[in-house]
Design a protein around this ligand. Structure first.
Ligand SMILES: [Zn+2]
Length: 356
């Protein structure tokens, strides 16, 4: 099943001048489905929270911290990422972090954000589960009221820790289950295949949560297969390595399995040496349900619109691809069918308004 583009929108697209593409990318309604809230912590906010909590950071200044953001792979990034998250202690800290992200997302015309949070990063430091979830959930609610953005939370397990630790985390989070809609799997991929978490994902499925998992970022196509077949996920986060397996590409295309791709993250972590060589245009042309997302925007050099703008500038994609990617993001979200239909209409009207 592929999206049918309304005839009026198709006609309008033929009349959108190429020079208006950046403005179109910025202003089109879109969903962001792959954002780690701890990865939205800007150095300025890390320093402000450290001061508020009376903590000493191992960096002398905001500039020194920002200049440490020179990663060579996933692990070198994760080391700094966990250091940054250590300033989060009070419910208000989690609230402030999420509000800062949601304000930026709303400015990027994100109408729906599905936000990962890593409770184990915090509970391991002695922060109570309720502090984490209630702070984030309060921000989602206030952001909807203030900026009209729809936001939902996805609890992610750290895959470098054990499945037993994931099960404990799930149990600790269940008293707050009305505040999150899904379960994800993130952190160090290589050596931590999806099947390591088979039992806990089964339990989450029984509980009625949406299921997603990071797979095929640095890891092999086999990890994508086991995310699909063993964990039975509804979306694959990243998935760019799927291109190495023709049979997997067929499966992803035939089932319209969404991939939440993060171009600037892939560039920064050296998954691709240059944005011009990013495979998103090929995945899209092969009929895969790909979407554009920011992953850890404070660390990877840009929020969701920066990802769209830089990717389009590097690859030469055009108006049709812009429409398809925005449409894919809205359809791949876990919002209600009525919400998705309303955003789809907004998207069509938006493209029509850009026709010369
Ligand atoms: Zn991620």
């Amino acid at each position: 099943m592929t999206t049918t583009i309304p005839a009026t929108t198709l006609a309008a697209m033929a009349h959108i001048p190429a020079e208006r593409l950046p403005a179109l990318l910025r202003s089109m309604p879109k969903a962001e489905l792959h954002i780690h809230i701890e990865g939205s912590l800007e150095p300025e906010l890390i320093f402000a929270l450290a001061e508020r909590n009376g903590l000493q950071l191992p960096y002398p200044s905001v500039e020194a911290l920002r200049s440490a953001y020179a990663f060579t792979n996933l692990q070198s990034f994760l080391d700094i990422y966990y250091a940054g998250a250590s300033v989060l202690l009070q419910e208000q800290d989690f609230y402030d972090m999420a509000m800062a992200y949601l304000e930026r997302a709303a400015a990027d015309h994100v109408v729906r954000a599905e936000i990962f949070f890593d409770p184990q990063t915090h509970t391991e430091r002695g922060v109570p589960m309720g502090t984490v979830i209630q702070g984030l959930a309060r921000a989602c609610k206030d952001a909807q009221a203030r900026w009209g953005i729809s936001a939902a939370l996805i609890l992610s397990f750290l895959r470098h820790l054990s499945e037993a630790a994931a099960l404990e985390t799930l149990e600790a989070a269940l008293p707050y289950r009305e505040h999150f809609i899904g379960i994800g799997l993130d952190s160090s991929e290589l050596g931590n295949p999806p099947e390591k978490f088979q039992s806990v994902f089964e339990r989450c499925r029984e509980l009625g949560f949406h299921l997603v998992a990071h797979a095929g970022e640095e890891g092999p196509p086999d990890y994508v297969w086991s995310a699909l077949n063993v964990l039975k996920v509804e979306r694959i986060d990243h998935g760019v390595q799927s291109e190495k397996d023709w049979g997997l590409m067929q499966r992803l295309a035939q089932t319209r399995m969404p991939l939440t791709v993060c171009p600037l993250s892939n560039l920064k972590l050296c998954v691709f040496p240059d944005l011009r060589e990013h495979n998103l245009p090929r995945l899209l042309a092969a009929g895969l349900h790909v979407t554009v997302n920011s992953d850890d925007p404070a660390y990877f050099g840009g929020y969701v619109n920066d990802n769209y703008l830089q990717l389009f500038a590097a690859t030469g994609m055009g108006v049709q691809e812009a429409y398809q990617l925005a449409r894919n993001s809205l359809e791949a979200s876990f919002a209600t069918p009525a919400q998705k239909a309303a955003w789809g209409q907004q998207l069509d009207a938006h493209f029509a308004s850009f026709a010369a």
